[in-house]
Design a binder for this molecule. Structure first.
Ligand code: NAD
Length: 470
């Protein structure tokens, strides 16, 4: 095959390939041996991960600062804290979630009992992104372990320091019978995707999402795709603009806008825009000061390629905050930037921005905002700031998105009690808390009927009573 012929030209690639195949085989063997089935063993692995997170806090925090300029506190809140909370929550509830759910088998089959058992899927593949490279890499691992699976984990090569810190954490604190890390990029991922897994959990962009889905089809492997999209924000007339501005600015500029659920673009009526802009300015200043390049809590673009891509979306004539003036390619710094007077066919409205640029578009009201959302692909999240229940209801029922957040941004995905996932172009499947356990298990109905008395006799042919019944 093509990978084989490449190997003969590159002996190092052949060794890497061999190692990956060994990892997959070892994980499959340990799953088959039943290593991951017992609930106490799952809880012990989760506890080991919790301990590893604590022990490697310094290493992870340093790596996140290197890759994304994340401050220690931001990393604690949006990365390590989220995973730690997820572990505690899942560990606390795991036993009760795994208790078989009983259900009735109906009169016709009586006496009989039915129950739903959650069985592990097997050996799973988790392919992670670079933007929250601890959170989005380890939170799915929590769900996989809870479900009783073995895991082949592929962190993103785009955040190399964190990828290596995660590999260290897993090798040092977790059991290689449960979880193994393969570091690398397209070559390694392509090879992994040729192997047979029992679930593929991919987080990243929709282009690679399609590559994953195509590869998975070959083995009929179920896939979870956690993708992105342009998450809209609508600020209604009459909403509390000072609070809305703070929440939008925080949601947009955290991690320098490199957040899958960051508000991508903002819609409001012209009169609300006029009153909102000074509040947005004030919020940016309060959070990042007048020189955000010096702010401790303001991140950096992950690399120069992404810096160039996002910088090109900034039209300085429309920048009412930020702009390219202070942009610094060497340090991958782009200031918090807000653009007004943006048109629907401007380049900034083509694709997910994934950087610190917030375009504001004028609409005539909620009707137009809803229509605009509906004419685009389904986003990962939609945001509404309003003081009217009817407007909330209309967004809930008339727009479709992975989730809808009313009066807040980002924070809703930090709670393990809510499922997190997309719909349509923003993805399929969900995780966090119980949803994660459900994703990483098969809900197997187990039906039981005593052999005596043989009440099934009534349904064996010849069907004497059938004519009457019909
Ligand atoms: P990325 O570039 O790190 O890619 C994700 C993974 O795909 C990596 O592990 C990478 O090695 C692998 N990959 C890249 N090219 C490949 C190829 N040709 N074949 C096989 N594998 C390949 O991350 P990204 O896609 O740049 O991340 C940004 C996107 O992810 C945004 O669209 C964002 O909205 C989305 N995202 C979604 C979520 C979510 O939870 N739904 C979270 C974060 C990011």
């Amino acid at each position: 095959d093509s990978t084989g012929s490449a190997d003969s030209a590159d002996p190092a690639a052949a060794v890497r390939r061999e190692r990956i195949l060994e990892d997959v085989a070892a994980l499959r063997a340990s799953f088959d041996a039943g290593t991951t089935r017992s609930i106490p063993a799952r809880l012990a692995q989760l506890a080991a991960l919790q301990k590893g997170l604590r022990a490697e806090r310094g290493r992870l925090t340093k790596a996140l600062a290197q890759d994304l300029g994340k401050s220690r506190l931001e990393s604690a809140i949006t990365e390590l804290g989220v995973v730690s909370e997820e572990i505690s929550y899942v560990s606390k509830h795991l036993k009760s979630w795994l208790r078989p759910e009983k259900f009735s088998m109906g009169l016709l089959l009586a006496p009989a009992t039915g129950e739903l058992q959650r069985e592990p899927l097997g050996t799973t593949l988790i392919i992670a992104p670079w933007n929250y490279p601890v959170n989005l890499t380890l939170a799915p691992v929590v769900a996989a372990i809870a479900g009783g699976n073995t895991v082949l984990l592929k962190p993103s090569e785009v955040a190399p320091a964190t990828s290596s810190a995660i590999a260290y954490l897993v090798a040092t604190h977790l059991d290689p019978e449960w979880v193994r890390v393969v570091e690398g990029g397209v070559e390694e991922t392509t090879l992994l995707l040729e192997q047979r897994f029992d679930l593929i959990f991919y987080t990243g962009n929709a282009t690679v999402g399609r590559i994953v889905a195509r590869a998975a089809a070959e083995h009929l492997t179920p896939t979870v795709l956690e993708l992105g999209g342009k998450s809209p924000v609508f600020v209604d007339d009459g909403a509390d603009l000072a609070v809305a501005a703070r929440r939008i600015v925080w949601g947009k500029f955290t991690n320098a806008g490199q957040t899958c659920i960051a508000p991508d673009y903002l819609m409001a009526t012209p009169r609300t825009i006029e009153r909102l802009v000074p509040q947005l300015r004030k919020a940016v200043r309060a959070m990042y000061g007048t020189r955000p390049e010096r702010a401790r809590d303001y991140g950096r673009m992950v690399n120069r390629k992404h810096f160039d891509r996002v910088r090109a979306l900034i039209d300085d004539d429309r920048a009412i905050i930020g702009g390219t003036g202070t942009a610094d390619r060497r340090n991958r710094y782009l200031p918090p930037t807000i653009l007004t007077g943006v048109d629907w066919d401007d380049p900034v409205m083509d694709e997910e921005i994934f950087g610190p640029v917030l375009p504001i578009l004028a609409v005539s009201g909620a009707d137009e905002a809803i229509a605009r959302i509906r004419e685009r692909e389904k986003p990962l999240t939609a945001y509404v700031f309003t003081s009217h229940r009817t407007i909330e209801e209309r967004f809930a029922t008339q727009t479709s998105s992975g989730s809808l957040a009313i009066g807040l941004t980002l924070a809703h995905i930090g709670t393990p009690s809510l499922p997190f996932g997309g719909v349509g172009e923003s993805g399929m499947g969900a995780y966090h808390g119980r949803a994660g356990l459900e994703t990483f298990t098969h809900a197997k109905p187990v039906a039981r009927k005593p052999l005596t008395p043989d009440t099934l006799k009534l349904v064996y042919p010849p069907y004497k009573g059938a004519k009457k019944a019909l």
